[in-house]
Write a protein that binds this ligand. Structure first.
Ligand code: SAM
Length: 260
């Protein structure tokens, strides 16, 4: 590709990604907690802080899976506007709309169930849309924010997903990506490698009964571009003020950019 990032065995990748998320949908949330020791919750909170959601915003969470990021956006907006209006719904809040887009209907189904349990009314502010990050069904310049958490690594053509993100954002809109990345702290790197190569597939087998899917996840982390390279790809998609923050020494990174 123009980014020099080698796309590895594309057909196989799409097929594997489909299988992985169909087979893990029901155990997905438990596995996340287990494998990150609950840390993914803090990482997602950090992502939301950087997004700085506001009442009335139109937000798109791509590869949104079971809704973790979208629920946080909704909750943050509610807490902001309730503080300002002492609990009554403002017009602005009613305009708020969060779209969760994911290629896998099983993941979205789990998300919808969770939304119902939380008492979120779908008409009001949350929509679940099946779709591909590489070819979004949303209009040009229609979103204030775009997030993708632990999703872009699974996309076949990363540069297509980035240019779609750019397309659907309004001017001034913010792109944020939370992704497992590359550790470059010497001793910690060895420990992390050992953990991911042996512990993750073993836990995957034990809890989800699916070693191969979790083996794939570990390999996909290795193949994903390093922080600097990925930042460059985001810039090449048109974004400005591109930066990234490493969390836990680069186990995960949050990349951000603005469409100006
Ligand atoms: N964002 C959620 C979270 O952080 O909990 C889910 C992350 S999960 C590891 C990755 C998700 O990406 C899966 O739900 C999968 O179906 C979705 N996905 C994979 N390829 C995709 C694509 N091309 N377009 C949209 N979603 C995709």
């Amino acid at each position: 590709t123009s980014f020099g990032y080698k796309q590895v065995r594309e057909d196989e990748k799409s097929k594997l990604v489909g299988n992985v998320f169909s087979s893990v949908a029901s155990s997905y949330d438990v596995m996340n907690d287990l494998m990150s020791a609950g840390l993914h919750r803090l990482w997602k909170d950090r992502l939301i802080s950087k997004l700085n959601p506001f009442p009335g915003m139109k937000h798109l969470d791509v590869a949104g899976g079971t809704g973790d990021v979208a629920f946080r956006v909704v909750e943050r907006i509610k807490s902001v506007s309730h503080r300002a209006t002492q609990g009554t719904l403002t017009d602005l809040e009613e305009d708020t709309h969060i779209y969760v887009c994911d290629i896998n209907p099983n993941m979205l189904d789990v998300g919808k169930k969770r939304a119902a349990e939380k008492g979120y009314n779908e008409e009001q502010c949350l929509s679940w849309v099946q779709g591909d990050a590489e070819a979004l069904s949303f209009e040009d310049g229609s979103m204030d924010g775009y997030t993708i958490a632990f999703g872009i690594r699974n996309v076949t053509h990363i540069e297509k997903a980035l240019s779609e993100a750019y397309r659907v954002l309004k001017k001034g809109g913010r792109f944020l990506c939370l992704e497992l990345s590359h550790v470059d702290v010497p001793i910690f790197k060895d420990i992390y490698d050992a953990y991911s190569f042996s512990v993750i597939p073993a836990v995957g087998e034990l809890v989800a009964g699916d070693r191969q899917s979790y083996q794939y996840l570990v390999e996909s982390i290795r193949r994903f571009p390093k922080q600097e390279k990925f930042a460059q790809m985001i810039q090449e998609a048109g974004f400005e003020r591109v930066e990234y923050e490493n969390l836990v020494g680069g186990v995960v990174a949050i990349h951000s950019g603005l469409k100006l």
